[in-house]
Design a protein around this ligand. Structure first.
Ligand SMILES: Cc1cc2nc3c(=O)[nH]c(=O)nc-3n(C[C@H](O)[C@H](O)[C@H](O)COP(=O)(O)O)c2cc1C
Length: 252
């Protein structure tokens, strides 16, 4: 943050004025937008550990997230014990191996999905969508790491007694953390492949995954190694706009 912005922030504190100038049409990203728009999922990390004070700041950003009814339905678990993380990864790989052995998404040499894969997709369409199915195979074959060797992982549990959609609140708290981490020069990657751990009694016990808590996802955190791969495509979806004057338009 440059001095002008710092002064502006102090002034904002006292006067309630906007913390950053509202952008002119077509202006460059401001500080917040650039953190949002330049973040990428990082899958290569330095082995240097993230200091505790920075992890705490990341968690603090998560704690400030909005949630339905201000229920704050999250529980954070920080993992930095490499032996424990390796054991967890091995157990995720085991589940992925089992599932990919049980069901192939594609029957080799054909375009048809195998019946067991179809069944899994029918039973749990989000978990056995073709994309995670493909990633699951890569994890099973050791071609894709679960946490990409990140030195810190934040596991996110949701308190399912909360109002509305607690899992949505978990997404919000998590993204607050991801953006704060990015603003400190840390890399992150959301990792939902933590979920198979809930199949194991030992992990349910160790991580406290029992009602009312549900294991939702995790976030790998560390110092990025190299520059993350190029830009990710984002689609421009049509937006329906009902104007102040009663008009309706579709914009992009
Ligand atoms: C809820 C959620 C779960 C994800 N799970 C994984 C995962 O298990 N492994 C992984 O490498 N990336 C995972 N990702 C990262 C996505 O692949 C990534 O966000 C997407 O491809 C867009 O790329 P970007 O984050 O670089 O913009 C996940 C992302 C989200 C939001």
């Amino acid at each position: 943050m440059d001095t002008a912005e710092a002064i502006e922030t102090e002034e904002a504190e006292e006067t309630g004025k906007p913390r950053l100038h509202p952008p002119e049409p077509g202006a460059e990203f401001n500080l917040v937008e650039s953190v949002i728009c330049r973040r990428r999922s990082v899958r290569f990390y330095l082995q240097k550990q993230v200091p505790e004070y920075l992890v705490r700041r990341v968690l603090e950003a998560g704690r400030f997230a909005p949630s339905a009814g201000n229920a704050q339905p999250w529980k954070y678990i920080v993992l930095q014990d490499r032996a424990m993380m390796a054991e967890m990864e091995a157990d995720v790989v085991r589940v992925c191996r089992l599932l990919t052995r049980f069901a192939y998404y594609m029957v080799p040499g054909s375009e048809h999905k195998e019946w067991r894969a179809k069944l899994l997709m029918r039973l749990s369409p989000n978990n056995f969508h073709p994309i995670p199915f493909t990633a699951m195979k890569l994890i099973a074959e050791g071609k894709l790491g679960v946490w990409h060797k990140a030195p810190t992982v934040i596991v996110l549990l949701a308190d399912m007694r909360s109002p509305g959609f607690p899992v949505l609140d978990i997404g919000i708290t998590g993204q607050n953390m991801v953006l704060a981490a990015h603003s400190y020069g840390l890399g992150t990657c959301w990792v939902s492949f933590v979920k198979p751990l809930a199949y194991y009694r030992k992990w349910r016990k160790r991580l406290g995954i029992r009602y009312p808590y549900k294991l939702v996802t995790s976030i790998a955190v560390g110092y990025p190694r190299g520059i993350p791969d190029g830009e990710v495509d984002r689609e421009t979806r049509a937006i329906d706009w009902y104007g102040e004057d009663g008009s309706f338009r579709t914009v992009f």
